[in-house]
Design a protein around this ligand. Sequence first.
Ligand code: NI
Length: 393
Amino acid sequence: MSKALINQIKNLTDKYKDENLQTRRHLHQHPELSFKEFQTSLFIQQKLTEYNIPFKNDYVKTGIVAHIEGNNPSKKVIALRADMDALPILEENTVDYCSVNKGVMHACGHDVHTTCLLGAANILNQLKNKFEGTIKLIFQPGEEKLPGGASLMIKEDALNNPNANAIIGQHVFPDLPAGKVGFRPGMYMASADEIYVTVKGKGGHAALPHKVIDPILIASQLVVTLQQLVSRRAKADIPTVLSFGKINSTGGATNVIPNEVKLEGTFRTMNEDWRAEAHTIMKSIAEQTAIAMGGECEFDIHKGYPFLKNDSTLTHHAMQAAKEFLGEENVVNLDLRMTAEDFSYYTQLIPGCFYRLGTGKSSGLHTPTFNIDEEALQTGVGMMAYLAIKELF
Ligand code: NI
């Protein structure tokens, strides 16, 4: 059964190779910023209409949810997700499908994710008498911007009616050549919270420190003391990172101590209970250290995306299916990453599998010369279609 199905999917992927390539280039050429994906959304709706796949477009302004019903549609529901938004980057590639929206670029491959989901949808719709259950297609806006399109799609019930039993998503990965994919069961990507600290003291002449409350000394102490969180409070099996990327004072000079110092940083980890506990600990260390040194401190945390966990059973299944589809040698194990991704919101609610699609050597994601080896589209389209069907067996 699997062999015949794999051949059918590969034949259909070949048949629509050119169409999928055109889709990707069109999307790449017309990128739109987070939550403003209006033309992208219309383009997707046009394609779904062409493919005869019913959809609803009233999610988070530009989001779309579509369903492909196989035999016995209520048996099981598998959701496939693609993000649609681009980044505020001026593209420096010289290809003829370069961005025409100056200063906006698909530098994170969301054009590829959308193309692969459309391509897979077209194939799955033609094979719907081969599986039992329903495939839910989620085209989601705003992955690159808080609060994250995923969280808003969930609030607007994208996972319900019918309720998804599991969700699968993919992301481009320049570290792997086209034709390969990577998986990691269990914890994979981090939660990411922004930290904003204001240390308040009392400025004055740097030669007379007994007359001032030195916010620079307090801030320095805070940066060092807060690392206790990582070295003395975090459990060894929960990856944890605390980094400060910015320290600024308003005023100050070699001989002038300022009134105030501001710090900005990021806190990342892979356990939601520990994340909440760490927030309390950090705030308390910061406030008490400042008080002990005679000053004051405001410690604000802006919560970002939760950590991304790949369901172990689902991801092992998917890995096995990927080996059948691409060959053992083309499926690799991924390292965990402390970067974040809003697909994590789905994985907090239902079993999820977020895997990487090799797209070939390039400059990194989020750089002005990022691009892909377009052979990866074939893998991305076929892989998604096969993973969805396999989960419905
Ligand atoms: Ni991305």
